[in-house]
Design a binder for this molecule. Structure first.
Ligand SMILES: [Fe+2]
Length: 150
């Protein structure tokens, strides 16, 4: 899977660069194909402390608590299994959400004030969910899951 990164806002696009960045609206010229844009655990069976601190932990609730609608889910995201710090020097900058590789939204977090976690309601019940967390020091980390299996 190819990854393209926006050099203006850090947004990552999968497979191909978009005409305009869906986050900062800058044109395609600002995207660069960066194969190592997302960090991968060297051993997925034995996560290091660095992996555990940065990889988003995702919990899905099929019972939507936001609006009475059958076609949506609650998504709870925390970075990470060991909670990441949120100091001025070292913090989770943003969390980007994708469904079927298509960008849905960004949560921009403020150090010291925000925890590295968000809850949201998505108007989907199937497909693949991908969450990217961006640490200002340690880069981008991803968690993927299939909604059909949750
Ligand atoms: Fe970090």
């Amino acid at each position: 899977m190819k990854t393209y990164i926006c050099r203006v806002c850090g947004h990552i696009a999968f497979d191909q660069a978009p005409v305009d960045c869906p986050v900062c609206k800058m044109p395609i010229e600002n995207f660069e194909n960066v194969p190592e844009a997302i960090k991968k655990p060297s051993d997925p069976e034995n996560l290091t402390e660095d992996d555990k601190v940065h990889m988003p932990v995702v919990r899905i609730s099929r019972e939507c608590h936001a609006i009475s609608h059958n076609g949506c889910i609650d998504v709870h995201i925390k970075v990470g299994a060991i909670e990441h710090e949120m100091t001025s020097e070292h913090f989770i900058n943003f969390i980007d959400i994708y469904v079927d590789k298509i960008y849905i939204m960004r949560a921009l977090l403020t150090p010291k004030r925000a925890h590295p976690l968000i809850s949201l309601c998505l108007n989907v019940t199937s497909g693949s969910l991908a969450i990217i967390s961006n640490c200002n020091v340690h880069g981008n980390w991803i968690t993927k899951l299939k909604l059909d299996e949750t």
